[in-house]
Design a protein around this ligand. Sequence first.
Ligand SMILES: *[C@@H]1O[C@H](CO)[C@@H](O)[C@H](O)[C@H]1NC(C)=O
Ligand SMILES: *[C@@H]1O[C@H](CO)[C@@H](O)[C@H](O)[C@H]1NC(C)=O
Ligand SMILES: *[C@@H]1O[C@H](CO)[C@@H](O)[C@H](O)[C@H]1NC(C)=O
Ligand SMILES: *[C@@H]1O[C@H](CO)[C@@H](O)[C@H](O)[C@H]1NC(C)=O
Ligand SMILES: *[C@@H]1O[C@H](CO)[C@@H](O)[C@H](O)[C@H]1NC(C)=O
Ligand SMILES: *[C@@H]1O[C@H](CO)[C@@H](O)[C@H](O)[C@H]1NC(C)=O
Ligand SMILES: *[C@@H]1O[C@H](CO)[C@@H](O)[C@H](O)[C@H]1NC(C)=O
Ligand SMILES: *[C@@H]1O[C@H](CO)[C@@H](O)[C@H](O)[C@H]1NC(C)=O
Length: 666
Amino acid sequence: MFFKIVSLIVSALFVVTNSEDFGFIYNGFNRANLSLDGIAQFTSNGLLELTNTSRLQKGHAFYPTPINFKNLQNGSNFSFPTTFVFAIVPSVLPGHGMAFVIAPVGGLVDALPSPFLGLFNDNTTGRVSNHVFAVEFDTLQNREFNDIDGNHVGIDINGLKSVESKTAGYYYGVKFNNMTLASGQPMQGWVDYDGVAKQINVTLAPMNVAKPNVPLLSLLYDLSPILNETMHIGFSGSTGSVVSTQYVLGWSFEMNGIAQGLDLARLPKLPRVGPKKQSKLLLVALPMISAVVVVIAFSVLIYYVGRKRKFAELLEDWELEYGPHRFKYKDLYIATKGFANKKLLGCGGFGRVYKGVLPTSSIEVAVKKVSHDSKQGLREFVAEIVSIGRLRHRNLVQLLGYCRRKGELLLVYEYMPNGSLDKFLYDKPICALSWNQRFRVIKGVASALVYLHEEWEQVVIHRDVKASNVLLDSELNAKLGDFGLARLYDHGTDPLTTHVVGTVGYLAPEQTRTGKATTISDVYAFGAFLLEVACGRRPIDPRVSDEDIVLVDYVFSCWSRGDILQSIDQNLGNEYVKEEVELVLKLGLVCSQTEPTRRRSMRQVLIYLEDIVPPPLPELSLLQSSAHYFSFPGFDHHLSMSSSFSPEKVLSYPSTDSNSLPFTGP
Ligand SMILES: *[C@@H]1O[C@H](CO)[C@@H](O)[C@H](O)[C@H]1NC(C)=O
Ligand SMILES: *[C@@H]1O[C@H](CO)[C@@H](O)[C@H](O)[C@H]1NC(C)=O
Ligand SMILES: *[C@@H]1O[C@H](CO)[C@@H](O)[C@H](O)[C@H]1NC(C)=O
Ligand SMILES: *[C@@H]1O[C@H](CO)[C@@H](O)[C@H](O)[C@H]1NC(C)=O
Ligand SMILES: *[C@@H]1O[C@H](CO)[C@@H](O)[C@H](O)[C@H]1NC(C)=O
Ligand SMILES: *[C@@H]1O[C@H](CO)[C@@H](O)[C@H](O)[C@H]1NC(C)=O
Ligand SMILES: *[C@@H]1O[C@H](CO)[C@@H](O)[C@H](O)[C@H]1NC(C)=O
Ligand SMILES: *[C@@H]1O[C@H](CO)[C@@H](O)[C@H](O)[C@H]1NC(C)=O
């Protein structure tokens, strides 16, 4: 307290804190004077709460005055130790993380939440002009920034690609012990900079362990060019579609001195989660109460037997390793008000989707109910779902977890407030998207597919790329959903039949012949998607004149007449960039070629879309007309025009038996 008062007086005397042996200590933040912004706040018992369970938020807490790092007796060889106690309490999956930060401006203007940790944004990360030093405690792996895992500590200089990072842990002697950042438990952190040796050390330890001699991270780096004369010091935290409540319990900082240890016993307590301890009174009264309880228990028993059946779920031994990703059926039931019709968001090819609000964390989610009666293959499928849950890309809908019941699988996704893209394109769109918005959506989906095809640890084939599987968040950013789901229908099927899953109009011809999905068949679907977005209509539209029913044929005929722009969505008016629209339409045709080898990979497609000077497009005269569009057995072209046919339906047919009915619902 004494040091705090001194530091307050010091900061009151000088606008810029100028003292060489300047320092402060907060054992808890009761009546502390820090500048907060975002959702950061102090709790009534003196915790600094950087973030709570609100999604997509950031929180900052900075020491109220800037600190002078340069104008010291010893020139630029400043040193500082700082120590703090923090805690990250996850809800479901943890996200995204927090950081100790030294920055030229308190509040870090324009910084974004989610993977940017409230420090930078798309444009600023990595810029030399940032002058930002941070130590991140990152609880979610983001491959964009080369994160090593979802539980690491990293030294960040001017950007989110850490200069050095390690899995969280501490050395006890020479033995390394892992730590879980998002354990919900307080832990100690130290950041020490020696300006003469130009060395940064970062050390972590549980509460009951003294500061280890060997730091977790040690980096030789001269901070004097990074740190401006006056800098702000503090903390930043952020949440995304997954959230954690992130706290700082105490903090001390010393310029050119030895950090004052925190008084761990005086730090505020974290809010209690879980059951309350038994009080003394309860212990005395326990025998009496238990007698009453027995009576009540009997009467409640009957009620619970019924209830138990209602909330019964399947959990087998092999699933235990997926523990954190399992949701309780009861929670999902409560979240969706018992899967009430008014919570229904839509019916996709794989099942109904409900909106829900998770009971404890009040996170908004979308719950997809997939019915599935085949037990065979489900194990692989769940393993795959869980591994897919580890996919992270800003243009993929985040899978948060799952729950399994008899004959039923429930998948829990982040909630996308603006729903699916098709509602903005055709069938009396809610509001037609502008060309800029469409182009951004296209590039987003392309980069998500590049990530699935090439950038993740294994190749993921989407199998059902289409506008109705692209969802829009509150800022109309595109996120691809439903990836990998089509696999469900691959597992446990009769070896004599092959089910083709996908949507008519987006299915590559070779896929319908061989029943095999590849990254190149995804490219075909993406081609149909490009045309769909630019032309504002479905790939197959039975309502237009006969020869124009198939969109790709229509665009192709416009192109061969020398007027490809004739095919674009009338809703765009004249508000578009001619070169971009032409590029998208031609690229759509290139991707829609019948011959798979003529299509381009998703990465090449993305290069065409992203490059200011794209490489020349392949010769379009090589394009075959898509007369082979429906060249699989048993398909009568006119069948698709019958009024009962819905192009949205998942199609599945036995490819070895061309006499059987071509369309049967799954
Ligand atoms: C907090 O610190 C700032 C900067 O020194 C000062 O202007 C402000 O008056 C202080 N507020 C309180 C409540 O002490
Ligand atoms: C999180 O904190 C902000 C700012 O104090 C508040 O507006 C919001 O309601 C909080 N959210 C939750 C889920 O408690
Ligand atoms: C500061 O560092 C420079 C270069 O590392 C060294 O030459 C100089 O002697 C140091 N100054 C002091 C006061 O330690
Ligand atoms: C600063 O200089 C003084 C003597 O001039 C020396 O005792 C002290 O160790 C120096 N501090 C640093 C951080 O170099
Ligand atoms: C930090 O210092 C650099 C040069 O040393 C200067 O260009 C930049 O404007 C400074 N940044 C701030 C925010 O003061
Ligand atoms: C990044 O820069 C682009 C182009 O200047 C701009 O449209 C976008 O809004 C910027 N993003 C942020 C987060 O500032
Ligand atoms: C510590 O974590 C790393 C990375 O997750 C893992 O490879 C290693 O096996 C863990 N070690 C222990 C002792 O748990
Ligand atoms: C950093 O750690 C090393 C031991 O690994 C130690 O020799 C050095 O003095 C430490 N530096 C600081 C600034 O704590």
